[in-house]
Design a protein around this ligand. Structure first.
Ligand code: M6R
Length: 610
């Protein structure tokens, strides 16, 4: 979604704001802009444009901004109004002295706008955000902080805000409610940003602004207040991940880099969480007794994280015999879910800022459930609202198409399933140890598959012309089929559907002909024979089959046009392995089609609006 960067310090603001903004490109956007306070005459100057940051850089070559030490910049992902220059941020008030950038949605903007227009404030955009600049102006120019405070009290919705004013040229005001915003604390300079990756090259010292907090930021001071104006302690945390984590390091795309990071991510997780053959879930926030008391589990998540949740259902039910329901977060909160204090809600989210998942968690808590989140981003909103947090520590995921975060979420699901199986005494010690051993072998297995990526790339390119794809899987690999289809459609824009293979005859078979490619996820499993029957049905209708099969399965050759072999692993663990070729297929097809793999059209990395 939208990205914010702000700066107050001693360096030239514009180049710094642009390079930091570039690091937020992955969030997804369709216009951008930058605004600064001129060092020479204290005036506000703004440049903005539809399209990419490079357009802004090119624009600034001819329409330079004045030298400045204070400024704000923004990438906008259009919600209210098209991605045009006038709708791009920053937005100014009518006098041009107050400048704001905003992430989130102001739900009551129409009534605020009407009120402000009746008082003579002139609007120049179709956005909901512009009201904020005029509203601040309407509270007078003597005290910027107070004017912002009064403004925030009138806003309904969600926001992360960066504000500057030519009346206070040495200050940057920041505020958040429901949309992420962090403050980077430097030496004689301070920053605001939508996430840490934007400012990592300048500082690792971070204040995670909480909902309802406003920060008054100067080059040598950061003061944080609550909405009533009371000063609150601002805890500075030092982030540990390196700058490499947000750079491509020789890979053509972040997505490919992140696909390659999966063995390491999983291996680090397992060595942290498996001690002497026992699962250690530090952070879960619930004792084993409290976990045993949970009669049922509900998993809430969106997109790829939802697919990880679906795998979670299969394995927790199979290993621990605890009933698990999985909901897409946006459905959960509106369907009156039956939950109480004996329900454990597990919220899965890479970013921890997904608005629907946050709303689901609030709903669950209001109904008395305990909430544990599986999350990648330390300090994110979700982690603060959960009773316990299981961090996946996959490192920053920049590619919009989630890959390593998914594998890490799966890894955590297996650990959770084992934990539940042990505390419910549902598995023999031998089976637990065999699964632990199997899990530990997965990173090496993934490395083997990655070595074969040239072959997978060849198969992907040979099939890149198909106009539509069907992905089929059964049991634990039904969610893999959903994930394979999601990956492909996100970055290649080819219509793709994932189905439980058994459902094929109930509809999708009507689509099969020589123009349809079908990816069949067919590792050795209890449902292998059934998958083979499905493949025969597809072949009989001239569908083109790409099979993902277990090493040594020569029999499958008579059924599939292309086969991607993966090493044999425990049947229950196969989703950890089959997903890798699916990610690579999607990646290489998107590359073959010349698409922007890391920033696919219309998509945002973290969806902070409902
Ligand atoms: O940050 P989250 O895990 O909560 O995000 C959920 C989805 O928006 C996300 O998985 C999305 O579907 C990805 N683009 C998938 O590649």
């Amino acid at each position: 979604m939208c990205g914010i960067v702000g700066y107050v310090g001693k360096k030239e603001a514009t180049p710094l704001l642009l390079s930091a903004l570039k690091r937020l490109e992955y969030r997804g956007y369709d216009s951008c802009g930058v605004g600064v306070i001129s060092l020479k005459d204290g005036r506000i100057a703004v440049q903005k444009t539809p399209g990419k940051i490079q357009n802004l850089v090119d624009l600034l070559k001819t329409k330079d901004l004045p030298l400045s030490h204070v400024g704000i910049s923004h990438t906008r992902w259009a919600t209210h109004g098209k991605p045009t220059r006038s709708n791009a941020h920053p937005h100014a008030d009518t006098s041009g002295k107050i400048l704001i950038v905003h992430n989130g949605i102001i739900e009551n903007y129409q009534e605020l706008k009407a009120e402000l227009q009746s008082k003579g404030y002139r609007f120049t955009s179709e956005t909901d955000s512009e009201v904020i600049a005029h509203l601040i102006a309407s509270f007078g120019r003597d005290d910027l902080f107070k004017a912002v405070q009064k403004t925030l009290k009138k806003l309904v919705g969600s926001f992360a805000l960066g504000i500057i004013s030519s009346d206070f040229p040495d200050r940057l005001i920041a505020a958040r409610l429901g949309s992420p915003l962090i403050i980077g604390v430097g030496k004689d300079e301070n920053f605001i940003a939508s996430d840490v990756s934007a400012i990592l090259e300048h500082t690792r010292k971070i204040i995670y602004l909480k909902d309802g907090e406003i920060a008054d930021i100067r080059s040598d001071e950061v003061c944080v207040y609550d909405l009533s104006g009371r000063k609150v302690p601002a805890k500075i945390q030092t982030v540990s991940f390196k700058l490499d984590a947000v750079q491509k390091e020789g890979f053509p795309h972040f997505m490919l880099k992140e696909i390659h990071e999966q063995p390491e991510v999983l291996s680090a997780m397992l060595s942290l969480r498996l001690k002497k053959g026992m699962v250690v879930l530090e952070g879960i926030g619930l004792s084993d007794t409290a976990l045993v008391q949970c009669r049922n589990i509900m998993i809430v998540a969106c997109g790829t994280a939802y697919h990880a949740g679906l795998v979670g259902k299969y394995i927790i039910e199979q290993l621990a015999c605890v009933p698990v329901a999985v909901d897409v977060s946006s459905e959960f909160r509106y369907r009156s879910p039956i939950i109480d204090k004996n329900t454990l809600v597990i919220a899965v989210s890479q970013s921890g800022e997904t608005a629907d998942t946050l709303a689901a968690v609030r709903e669950a808590k209001a109904r008395g459930a305990k909430v544990v989140s599986i999350c990648n981003v330390v300090g994110s909103s979700l982690t603060r609202e959960s009773d316990g947090v299981l961090y996946t520590h996959a490192g920053p995921e920049i590619g919009v198409a989630s890959t390593k975060a998914y594998t890490a979420q799966l890894g955590m699901m297996y650990l959770l399933a084992l934990k539940f199986a042990v505390i419910h005494k549902k598995l023999s010690g031998f089976r637990v140890q065999s699964l632990v051993k199997g899990l530990k072998e997965i990173p090496a297995t993934l490395k083997k598959i990655l070595k074969d990526k040239a072959r997978i790339a060849k198969i992907a390119r040979a099939n890149a012309h198909f106009g539509s794809f069907l992905f089929l899987g059964r049991n634990v690999n039904f969610p893999s089929a959903l994930e394979g289809a999601l990956k492909l459609k996100e970055i290649s824009y080819i219509p793709a559907e994932g189905y439980a293979a058994g459902e094929m005859k109930h509809g999708p078979i009507a689509l099969i002909d020589e123009y349809r490619a079908v990816v069949c996820i067919t590792p050795e499993s209890d449902t292998y024979e059934k998958m083979i029957s499905n493949m025969q049905e597809i072949r009989a209708r001239k569908g083109k089959i790409i099979a993902i099969a277990t090493d040594g399965d020569t029999g499958i050759r008579q059924h599939a046009s292309n086969i991607i072999y993966v090493p044999k692993v425990d049947r229950l663990l196969t989703p950890l392995v089959t997903v890798l070729p699916l990610q690579l297929i999607a990646y290489y097809i998107a590359v073959a089609r010349g698409n922007d793999v890391d920033q696919p059209r219309n998509l945002a990395k973290s969806v902070t609006v409902e």
